[in-house]
Design a protein around this ligand. Structure first.
Ligand SMILES: NC(=O)c1ccc[n+]([C@@H]2O[C@H](COP(=O)([O-])OP(=O)(O)OC[C@H]3O[C@@H](n4cnc5c(N)ncnc54)[C@H](O)[C@@H]3O)[C@@H](O)[C@H]2O)c1
Length: 282
């Protein structure tokens, strides 16, 4: 399964220090063979592990999807790291590990009781990383993303709404009642925060929420903004119900106090990130 486009790497490809190889990270032997074929790979100190399933609904219908793509990718990345003695990992985790809670989620909110297979396999991934820290890993950065949006989207609410309106400019179907409310972060700020954490978070195990500082955005706000930008006058039809789909966490807020204390704050709030992402994906 591959989402994204190779064309997005055009600039990186011009850099002599950049190597691109399209591989299944669950094919441990092939990955090891590749990484061992060039002496410079011995200098790898950190793995930035972002491979996962990003279709949460598909993972709900078939749990094998998240077992294979969300958990085993982490399990096998760690196997590769152990074999090659790579000491550090930066991991893309998710708000989905927490499940449903009242109030803002902070890093030690618990118990973590995920309501999607995706969230369960992200939580299991965090667990196997912390276990590896006891044995062979030197350091880990667990970054718990909120909803991430921006240019080059491959999925997500803005991507879906624009796709639906291209197919039918007269009307937009919205799953749920539109009151679902979550923090949205622009991908440029996410990357900035991850690099900041990697440089500045000093512990052996670093685990942080990354999110816009204030507020969240409702699905109704996004639907209206997308219609205004892409197909003014289109009718918005809500399917009803508090959840967009089974496994959806309809409302959450993130505490970013820990990240702020370390010295990082985003520039955009959630609504501003949504508006920019709509323009970028038009
Ligand atoms: N986008 C969000 O809102 C969000 C929120 C929380 C966490 N995350 C996490 O951020 C990371 C990036 O997500 P994204 O939104 O860019 O999704 P994405 O689907 O665009 O990117 C994930 C990539 O992982 C690749 N992949 C999956 N299994 C693989 C395998 N076995 N071998 C090699 N590659 C494999 C896919 O082909 C895909 O290109 C993921 O770990 C995701 O769980 C994203």
């Amino acid at each position: 399964m591959t989402l994204g486009r190779q064309a997005n790497l055009a600039k990186a490809m011009q850099n002599k220090l950049f190597t691109f190889r399209e591989m299944d990270v669950n094919d441990v032997n092939a990955c090891l063979a590749f990484l061992r074929e060039d002496a410079t790979h011995g200098a790898i100190r950190t793995v930035w592990h972002l491979a996962a399933n990003s279709d949460i609904q598909a993972g709900g219908l078939n749990p094998d999807v998240d077992l294979q793509l969300t958990f085993l990718t982490t399990y096998n990345v760690l196997k590769i790291m152990q074999a090659l003695k790579i000491p550090k990992i930066v991991f893309a985790s998710s708000s989905a590990i927490y499940g449903n809670h009242d109030g803002a989620l902070h890093e030690d909110t618990g118990p973590c009781l995920p309501v999607s297979n995706y969230g369960a396999m992200k939580l299991a991934s965090e667990g196997i990383i912390t276990a590896a820290l006891e044995r062979y890993l030197e350091r880990a950065w667990i970054c718990r993303f909120p909803n991430v949006i921006g240019s080059r989207a491959t999925h997500g609410v803005i991507f879906d709404f624009l796709k639906k309106l291209r197919a039918n400019p007269e009307s937009l179907e919205v799953l749920g009642d539109g009151a679902q409310e979550k923090p949205y972060l622009h991908v440029s700020e996410l990357v900035d925060a991850m690099l900041f954490l990697y440089e500045r978070a000093p512990e052996k195990l670093n685990y942080y929420n990354i999110a816009p500082e204030t507020g969240a955005t409702t699905v109704r706000y996004i639907a209206e903004a997308v219609v205004k930008a892409a197909s003014p006058g289109a009718a918005i039809c809500y399917t009803g119900g508090a959840r967009g789909w089974v496994g959806d966490v309809p409302k959450f807020l993130y505490s970013t106090a820990k990240l702020k204390k370390l010295g990082w704050s985003p520039k955009m709030n959630s609504n501003e990130a949504v508006e920019l992402a709509i323009r970028e994906n038009m």
